[in-house]
Write a protein that binds this ligand. Sequence first.
Ligand code: SF4
Length: 713
Amino acid sequence: HAKPLAARSGTDTHCPYCALQCGMTLRRADGGDEAGGPPGLEVAERPDFPVNRGALCVKGRTATEVLAPHARLTRPLVRRSSSGELEPAEWEEALDLVAAALARTRDEHGPDAVGVFGGGGLTNEKAYALGKFARVVLGTSQIDYNGRFCMSSAAAAGTRAFGLDRGLPFPLEDVGRTDCVVLVGSNLAETMPPALRHLTELRERGGTLIVVDPRRTRTAEHADLHLAPLPGTDLALALGLLHLVVAEGGVDTGYIEARTTGWPEARSAAMAHWPELVERVTGVSVPELRRAAKLFSEAGNAMVLTARGPEQQSKGTDTVGAWINLCLATGRPGRPLSGYGCLTGQGNGQGGREHGQKADQLPGYRRLDDPAAREHVAQVWGVDPASLPGPGRSAYELLDALGGDVRTLLLAGSNPVVSAPHAAHVEQRLRSLDFLAVCDVVLSESARLADVVLPVTQWAEETGTTTNLEGRVLLRRKAVDPPAGVRTDLEVLEELAARLGWEKGFPAGPEEVFDELRRASAGGPADYSGISYRRIAAEDGVFWPCPEQTGDDGSRSPHPGTPRLFLDRFATPDGRARFVPVMHRPADEEPDEGYPLRLTTGRVLSQYQSGAQTRRVGALNEAAPGPFVELHPSLAGRLGAGEGDPLTVVSRRGRAVAPARITRGIRPDTVFMPFHWDGDGRANSLTNPALDPVSRMPEFKVCAVRVELAGPT
Ligand code: SF4
């Protein structure tokens, strides 16, 4: 194993969980770790890292516990007969079985019968290697990843408007220095608590925070104005605000003329959304709409930040597009301390979408259907561009095809049995595969269905890079040796490539992979060619794009990186941002007699995503032991339900049972469930897989349900 890179005192690294990628130091301490991690390894604050300035949430503080041997896999597991149990095995047997299954399916049914499903928590190196493995070793187009469920609508809308998507086109610290923030569908006080300090700073400076969320979340409690639209109506809300900004003369015509195209059409679309109509659609009153429009348009600097609320909809791209239009009309994007940004969710949600595990993209955020991109990347990979497959299916479509024309799947760093929409169907699809191979740290609900499980290393046991929600490329350093019996994902891919007859070598050293990634990304939108491990270590992160600069005389000079995008021009061919006209449309499923309520889903502070890691941490489980159904007292009264009574939530796809949590902080026509658990309380048994036509994002955030008092079991 590589030696840990030198650090000041202990090992400076980053949290394994969310997209904030908080800086932390892992230290050896006498007497063991109270959290139950590997003996003597403890999490310490790292106040000099600007994103979190030493603050960590409870997930980060307890993150070493997942390293403990009792919490994770330490040996490969194989299912030696279709009716048998998973049993411990040697690596050689496990790798031989996986390689044989991949080869058999590829040879008998063609390369597209093999699927690869990755994750937004994988490092840049792993995401890159997985994409390359799929396209050159397997030759399949069928690769996508769970990041599609995260921020794909914002990515699509950002690319459409600005020519480039980078979650935040400015450092997070700008949030505390602007004058007005509209936070749409983000409960960051629970999902990434250290980010809250930037909003606190904003308000302490006299700035304004507007929160848009159907629930009065912990984040909404900090707001100057909380707008609570019906789930699935954020698009109408943004259009109504733009209508009012136009009507009240708040449009920045000089900016529109100088820096944008498409305003007349976008303006017409917004003017069709009268405030009274928007009030009827969203449930947000006209006076509240007027106040929000005035606060936003009259602020000196202002920004809109979106998260999963508006994005996880079957019209997510247009919804984010409507918020972008509001920003453009008021002259925000590309100006200091202003603009539009997306708060990415997963730890490497940003980098994970830039380097080739997405169905339609090559490393460097290049389009797979761009001949020049194919030529460049094929040259780095040493293959014929014509041999590279074309774009494949999006995540849910790929999962839906399992057991049909996709017969064998390699699943890495994802737990779709819990995290995918219409999860019972996805589980059934996984069960119908000819062969399922899973690379994971823990025996997740999805890994339990596998024919072979390959136990892999995790954050503190390996070195690699992630790219946080700001586009800041970071180095997660190795701090501790992994348990015997565990290998890195990169080593697994190297072994499988060799067994599948790939003779050109498949590097397994993270720095070697990163150097190849740099070359593959050179010249692309997400250009990493000027970034190196050494530079990241010296500068504590580098913002992309950061091209390698070569002078006429061949001399090289360091590019400073790009903390702020679009200051001079947008990344479109004419340098102008594009307004895209969008119109309100209803959710895919509207309430009716059989399903009269709306369900929305989300996260809680002490669990993370599918819970595969955090449900194994004692303190987190104690704080958030299971699912619940949040509902308004008036609805609880109609049902005859008291606090803690078991409720059954039923949608057209399934049912989930969880105790009632009664609060006035939710609309009476809406219920909320967190999605971190499997079993009876699995929220994603209910959710709707209707897809956004552009981003292919499922409609996690709204579906029609009915709620009943659960009968005796
Ligand atoms: Fe980790 Fe996110 Fe918590 Fe920071 S906010 S400690 S990155 S989970």
